[in-house]
Ligand binder design. Structure first.
Ligand code: ATR
Length: 282
């Protein structure tokens, strides 16, 4: 038995990911969702352990709060400050951040290389913070965090520079981002701007900004093709949405829980099931 704790959890696609994987791999596992209120996170984790539950995913709004109820935390998840996967260990659960492993696997699959390349991260929320840690751990030549509220971008830059002992993470405003020099940037869009139903919106409207970008990823997957992706595609640049990040965060959690390895072919089959469940025909 595995499951997801969060609030809300009603529309989660995670049961499709894990139940399809269990089916394909012939593993005797059932995955369901558990709505947990904010003051019940600790009780939920203790209850899950008592019930012999193998693993849990954690979603909004509990990704930070759950860290107080764990036996161990993976160092990268600790640095990021957010946990989305719990794996049963002796006496409790160990916390991981597979959201970030999911993005890493998507980038690898799409041949978007972070190592020795300059990265632009658009936004400075929880997702941006995790992505900044990932890009630093993968050896990006520079990381520029762009945000409406520059102080939040500065907080991320300080945390990542401090953790890795580097000074290549910088914070800039949207106006400063439009005036950046250089080209071949990998741009990762992490804000909610452009999310359904606001599908024609994009945080940076100046098309010249996108001329400096070599490849882009939007972590939004609804709509399947965002305005950010369309601008890049119109300039002939590769652009990807966040659906594979969602797929691979689940795959990484499934692999941790079951001590197994999910092949590309199996992951492709799960991806098709996700698209079908979400009514995506592309
Ligand atoms: P998450 O944890 O999912 O990353 P979040 O913490 O709510 O989400 O962060 C949302 C990000 O989207 C922030 O960078 C936010 O900018 P501010 O820090 O300036 O608030 C950005 N964002 C959301 N709506 C925005 C808008 N209409 N214009 C500009 N930025 C926006």
């Amino acid at each position: 038995m595995c499951g997801l704790i969060g609030n809300p959890v009603g529309h989660s696609i995670s049961p499709v990911i894990h139940n399809t994987l269990a089916d394909i791999m012939g593993i005797d596992l059932v995955y369901t969702t558990f709505k947990v209120e904010e003051n019940q996170v600790e009780a939920a984790v203790k209850g899950a352990y008592a019930l012999d539950i193998l693993g849990m995913n954690v979603t909004v709004p509990h990704k930070q709060a759950v860290m107080r109820s764990l036996k161990e935390i993976d160092p990268l998840a600790e640095a990021i400050g957010a946990v989305n996967t719990l794996a049963r260990v002796d006496g409790g659960y160990k916390g991981y951040n597979t959201d970030i492993l999911g993005l890493a696997r998507e980038l690898e699959e799409e041949n978007v290389c972070i190592k020795d390349n300059p990265v632009l991260i658009i936004g400075a929320g929880g997702a941006a913070r995790a992505i900044a840690f990932l890009c630093a751990s993968r050896g990006a030549s520079s990381i520029t965090v762009i945000n409406r509220t520059v102080e939040k971008a500065q907080n991320i830059a300080e945390a990542v520079n401090g953790y890795y002992g580097i000074d290549s993470v910088k914070a800039v405003s949207i106006d400063q981002a439009c005036a950046l020099q250089g080209d071949g940037y990998v741009a990762i869009q992490t804000t909610s701007v452009g999310l359904y139903p606001d599908v024609d919106n994009v945080l940076i409207k100046d098309e010249n900004f996108y001329r400096k970008v070599g490849a882009g990823v939007d972590i939004i997957y609804n709509p399947y093709t965002t305005r950010f992706m369309k601008i890049l595609s119109n300039q002939g640049k590769p652009a990807y949405n966040g659906l594979k990040m969602l797929l691979y965060q689940g795959v990484a959690a499934f692999e941790i829980w079951n001590n197994c390895s999910v092949s590309k072919d199996m992951a492709d089959r799960v991806y098709e099931s996700m698209k079908e469940a979400m009514g995506i025909n592309e």
